[in-house]
Design a protein around this ligand. Structure first.
Ligand SMILES: C[S@@+](CC[C@H](N)C(=O)[O-])C[C@H]1O[C@@H](n2cnc3c(N)ncnc32)[C@H](O)[C@@H]1O
Length: 194
């Protein structure tokens, strides 16, 4: 299993939007969902995606999407799934909004703190070249949106995780996720996932 933790600095935390761009760049979140979870002909059964929405009106919100045979997701309609999930939020508990989709109030820091004994990386152009990394079976990757990983969270990650680079260019968030998925598929010699 591999996990991605996406920090959406301004992603709206209530489902009262239609326009993805105006909802704190929810378009980046949707592209990341597609890159993390979709193959051309199937949903990946080896990925969990954590989305941390830090925008108004009630941050933070943690949406977790993981494989479930009944996951109601379509590439054309990821925005509606995120929006509907936000409407299902209930204070003080983790709600199963749909099969494989959960929402709760939890900060990025708390999510990472619960995983500190695991293999955590954060994506940083200046980190160690991915070619040099020996991956275990269950790596976790933290990745920023168009604004990057916030300074104070990077400080925290420097102490608790390893910075890795996928090359000298700055890529879109979703491009990094696609690259990591394909890199790891090849790294573990997985020819067919599902
Ligand atoms: C569009 S970039 C963010 C750009 C932002 N202005 C910054 O300086 O961080 C989105 C995220 O992708 C990751 N990223 C982009 N290019 C990368 C690279 N070459 N190596 C590692 N991570 C990269 C970083 O986590 C970054 O936060």
């Amino acid at each position: 299993m591999r996990e991605f933790i996406l920090i959406s600095n301004h992603g709206r935390t209530k489902g009262d939007w239609r326009d993805l761009m105006k909802a704190g760049r929810m378009d980046i979140v949707c592209h990341s969902v597609i890159s993390a979870l979709f193959l051309s002909n199937a949903i990946r059964n080896d990925v969990t995606l954590h989305i941390v929405l830090n925008g108004p009106p009630d941050p933070p919100k943690h949406i977790e999407i993981t494989y479930d045979p009944d996951l109601p997701i379509s590439k054309k309609d990821v925005g509606n799934l995120i929006r509907a999930t936000l409407w299902k939020y209930k204070p003080k508990r983790k709600v199963k909004a749909f099969p494989g989709v959960f929402i709760e109030k939890k900060s990025f820091r708390k999510i990472v703190e619960e995983k500190l004994d695991e293999e955590i990386y954060y994506l940083d152009k200046k980190g160690e070249d991915i070619e040099k990394i020996k991956f275990g079976e269950n790596p976790i990757f933290v990745i920023g949106d168009h604004e990057g990983i916030p300074k104070q969270e990077k400080k925290f990650l420097k102490k608790n995780a390893k910075a890795i680079s996928i090359g000298p260019n700055m890529y879109f968030t979703s491009q990094c996720i696609s690259f990591l998925n394909i890199w790891l598929d090849r790294y573990f010699n997985k020819e067919k996932i599902s």
